[in-house]
Design a protein around this ligand. Sequence first.
Ligand SMILES: *Cc1c(COP(=O)(O)O)cnc(C)c1O
Length: 353
Amino acid sequence: MSSTLYIHLGKILNNLNAVKNKVGEEVTCMAVVKDEAYGHGILPVAEFLKDKVDWFCTAKLDEAVSLRENGIENEILVFEIPPVGREQEYKSYNITASISDLSVFERLIPDTKAHLHFDTGMFRLGMLPDQVSEASQKMANHSLNYTGIYTHFANSDVKDHPRVKEQLSTFRSIRAEFPDALMTHTANSGAIFYYGEEDLYYDAVRPGVCLYGYAPGEDEIPELEPVLEWKSNLVQVKKILKGEMVGYGSRWTASEDGWIGVVPVGYADGIFRGLTNGFQVELNGTLADEVGTISMDYFMVFVKGQKPDIGDEVVILRNKDLSADLWAKKMGTIPYEITTVLSPKIKRVYLDQ
Ligand SMILES: *Cc1c(COP(=O)(O)O)cnc(C)c1O
């Protein structure tokens, strides 16, 4: 075993409580566990959360079916457009479909639970505002079990973004055209934490990345704490002299004598090669620089002074100096991508259950 991901489930609970404190107890939490719970592992995360939230949201029908087949009985909303030919599964497994396109009304099996999804300005999934009357007509003609209505923000990861207010006001006018009883939801993590003043929580919120401990945007959210900790151990230690060069392409040169520790983790595990010479790990209680090009299965660290030993523990990701947020900044991406691409082959250990 070359590395292990420790998933601190108790921290998911703290993060969920931060959401609940923000939105209030009367607002329903729909925990977004798509894409293996952002790389943390959908089944253990759902198992842990099942008696703490009412709803789960997944990207794909497959994920929802797998939750059902593993005994999860919470309500589940699937974001994707129902795959053609698999409509019966929504009905049989009691899974809520998203109606993001007018063509979906006639495909779903009668009495299937469904949430209407309107696109209020993101131009990804969802029916457009000028399709409201057609949607209402289809609703009247197709006897599905309509239980909700929602939209999704394109800019809620940035505070005070005018587009959020525009989308919200578009959604308000759409919402007015449909029955009051539909459960209404708009807010992802960004809307939950950055737009609390906007009266956009409605009946339910859809927290995703914040549950795993990351702020959705640049503005820090001190209550959140990363859930994931990634550790490995040195497999080789060697002396390096000033002037010697490390790794493919010799992209790092030792400016003084020291030690190179070899860590058996590489871009095949999910450390972007673009992070080369760009992050630190914790080794024996202090920070050490990653040096030289990250290879498929290995990266190297440089240590001054005291020689480290084979087997010494290396913390690759955790929080603060070892945070996925830092990696994301370096890579011009967001922590979502960092955790989602962690290879499924890495052993995951679930703690505080
Ligand atoms: C992914 C997703 C969410 C959760 O977003 P976060 O930014 O991770 O909170 C909510 N709603 C929809 C429709 C999504 O696709």
